[in-house]
Design a protein around this ligand. Structure first.
Ligand SMILES: [Zn+2]
Length: 417
């Protein structure tokens, strides 16, 4: 058994090539698993690295390594849900199964199912099962394909979700989005939500499978790069307009991050620079963004599509887009944002339906038309997705974004009584 493990883990590596190739999985290493444990802990998905509960079955093996302990065991001897999910997996890739027990995940375990609701929930569209106990898992998995998460309502007095992934990076991403999706589900509660058509969910799911830019795990290099401490931004007097814009943008990214409104490498902030705009790079976490990292062409294609649309619709100098928790939850509600008449947003918010990941400039026309329907518009809520604010400066766009998130929080808290 040990020999088998040694042979499959020789030349350990997980090679990642973002734009040009598939996620190429060689066998993951012990170090990869320890990194995953550390990153799950840092992002609040695990209470301590030592408490990781994970099994890892190398390609083509009938055995798997299991933590805590790091033992190499026949699949049949793995802990119950790991055993059933590893047996069920038909993928030719290595398979990770990771247990997640955050408060939001445990709360959703008790419900009949999980609702994906918004773009970030696409990984869980028709790919989860809910079981009352570990005894039901095997039967529930029968005849099903592409199961990403198994929720178990009752396990030693608490619920747990088991995430199945093909790589260490995908395991992190899926755990991260699972927690966010559970939180959103709870924030929305029993309020009437927009029912997204199956065709749109299926299109978005396909995008995550066929477009490397949207694949689960694409964030892993940036997440790993955040292992070292973030550098504080140097306060220095900008000597050119460009330096000033770069500094304002870097500060805005840090501010949004400090409020917990960012989403790993996703979301974007931009500011006009002559006839173009500088924007979020799309390859690093937001607390790592420094003035020199802002780009004229983001590595996140949706940034270019969406921000171009907003700049052609309004005379803004800066645009902010996030999937901050409360505005994202409100974006899923049939009634949208409800604000008092004296709110800065009263009558000044446009809406745009979700069509899947925005990777096509053809969507711009519709965004421009939707913003054009609202005189003096200052915000766009993208249904089942997130929101945009803009302004004459980065500071004004930021102030509006923070205010929009606060208005959405107030609405949701009032709805929960
Ligand atoms: Zn977005």
């Amino acid at each position: 058994m040990v020999t088998c493990w040694s042979s499959v883990t020789s030349g350990l590596a997980y090679i990642f090539s973002r734009r040009t190739a598939q996620l190429t999985e060689l066998e993951p290493s012990e170090g990869d698993v320890q990194s995953l444990a550390r990153m799950l802990t840092r992002h609040g998905l695990l209470d301590a690295p030592a408490n990781i509960e994970i099994s890892l079955r190398p390609v083509g093996s009938c055995s798997a390594k299991s933590w805590p302990g790091g033992e190499f065991l026949p699949v049949e001897r793995l802990p119950p849900v790991h055993r059933d999910l590893q047996k069920h997996a038909t993928s030719s890739n290595a398979n990770f199964v990771v247990a997640i027990r955050t408060p939001a995940v445990q709360a959703v375990c008790k419900l009949p199912g999980i609702r994906p609701l918004a773009q970030g929930g696409v990984f869980f569209y028709r790919s989860t099962i809910h079981c009352n106990s570990v005894l039901d898992v095997s039967l529930e998995l029968e005849g099903k394909q592409d199961v990403t998460v198994v929720f178990v309502r009752e396990m030693c007095g608490q619920g747990a979700a088991f995430v199945k992934a093909k790589s260490v990076g995908a395991a992190f991403t899926l755990a991260w989005y699972l927690n966010k999706t559970c939180k959103r589900h709870l924030l929305v509660g029993s309020q009437p939500v927009i029912e997204v058509e199956d065709a749109i969910w299926e299109h978005a799911a396909k995008q995550t499978q066929e477009n490397d830019d949207f694949a689960a795990g694409v964030e892993w290099p940036a997440v790993m790069a955040s292992m070292s401490p973030a550098q504080a931004l140097q306060e220095q007097q900008p000597s050119t307009e460009e330096e000033s814009v770069r500094m304002a943008l870097a500060n805005a990214h840090r501010e949004i991050h400090s409020r917990g409104h960012d989403e790993l490498i996703w979301n974007h902030i931009s500011a006009r620079l002559n006839d173009r705009f500088l924007v979020t790079p799309g390859d690093r976490l937001w607390d790592r963004i420094e003035p020199q990292h802002l780009l004229l062409e983001s590595k996140n294609c949706t940034a270019m599509v969406l921000h171009s649309a907003v700049y052609s619709a309004v005379p803004a100098n800066a645009v902010i887009h996030t999937h901050a928790p409360y505005l994202e939850a409100v974006s899923c509600l049939q009634g949208g944002l409800k604000v008092p008449a004296d709110s800065m947003f009263a009558g000044r918010v446009a809406y745009h339906d979700w069509l899947g990941f925005s990777d096509d400039y053809a969507e711009c026309e519709e965004i421009v038309a939707n913003i054009g329907k609202v005189p003096n518009c200052i915000a766009l809520i993208c249904r089942n997705h997130g929101a945009f604010t803009w302004g004459a400066s980065v500071e004004e766009a930021l102030q509006r974004h923070v205010a929009l998130e606060a208005a959405c929080q107030e609405q949701l808290e009032a709805a929960h009584g």
